[in-house]
Write a protein that binds this ligand. Structure first.
Ligand code: G3P
Length: 214
């Protein structure tokens, strides 16, 4: 399973990228807004730090606006991926961009049908939002399981990015369900390697060692 960082915080990306576990980055307009920095500059810098796909989202609503933005974003770096919302206009844009060889990530996906539509339109990636599905009382992980089955049934190449990941449980269950990728907030990632028993174990080893150390 690939791990992407769901952040545009450059210091966080630089720090976590040193661990060799970061395969890409995803952003969205809310994440970019938090940085108070220029969108294009931020994406170009992230693309230069991370050796993997970096998603940057369009904000236009019409086919014309999204296409214009997408073609521009696609020029920013060789590893940039254009994020497109799951709408009728978005699907048309994905279809056109896929014909032009521009990589896309269809975002704000909340059902198997939406995921299937993204794959049929030619999306490189599809991003089901597990946390937000849970928020409305449905089961986000079940969505990943079902979408995995459907994309496999028809041999689509579209990769599933598990998004809106809020817990270690989400990540573990998405991995079990066969999601290709999980995109994880920088604040959650350290919880994947931290364990209270590891900390207690280190403390015990050190205190035993200090008892006899000269
Ligand atoms: O990956 C999508 C993410 O940025 C949204 O997460 O927690 O706001 O639903 P959340």
């Amino acid at each position: 399973m690939d791990f992407y960082l769901d952040t545009a915080d450059l210091e966080e990306i630089k720090r976590l990228n040193k661990l060799g576990i970061v395969d890409g980055v995803t952003t969205n307009p809310s994440i970019i807004a938090k940085t108070n920095r220029d969108f294009k500059e931020t994406i170009i810098e992230i693309c230069s730090i991370v050796n993997g796909p970096v998603s940057a989202e369009v904000t236009g609503q019409t086919v014309e606006d999204m296409l214009k933005e997408a073609r521009d974003i696609a020029e920013w770096a060789p590893n940039v991926v254009v994020k497109i919302p799951m709408t009728e206009e978005g699907l048309e844009v994905v279809n056109i961009l896929s014909g032009e060889g521009i990589k896309t990530n269809v975002t704000l996906v909340f059902s198997v049908a939406q995921g299937l539509m993204a794959a049929k339109a030619g999306a490189t990636y599809v991003s089901p939002f597990v946390g937000r599905v849970d928020d409305i009382g449905e089961d986000g992980i079940e969505l990943i399981q079902n979408l995995r089955t459907v994309l496999k049934n028809y041999n689509f190449d579209t990769k599933i990015i598990t998004a809106s990941v809020r817990s270690i449980g989400h990540l573990e269950m998405a991995a079990k369900a066969g999601a290709d990728i999980a995109t994880i907030p920088g604040s959650l990632l350290p919880k994947l390697w931290k364990h209270p028993l590891t900390d207690i174990g280190i403390e015990k080893f050190l205190s035993d060692w200090e008892k006899v150390a000269k």
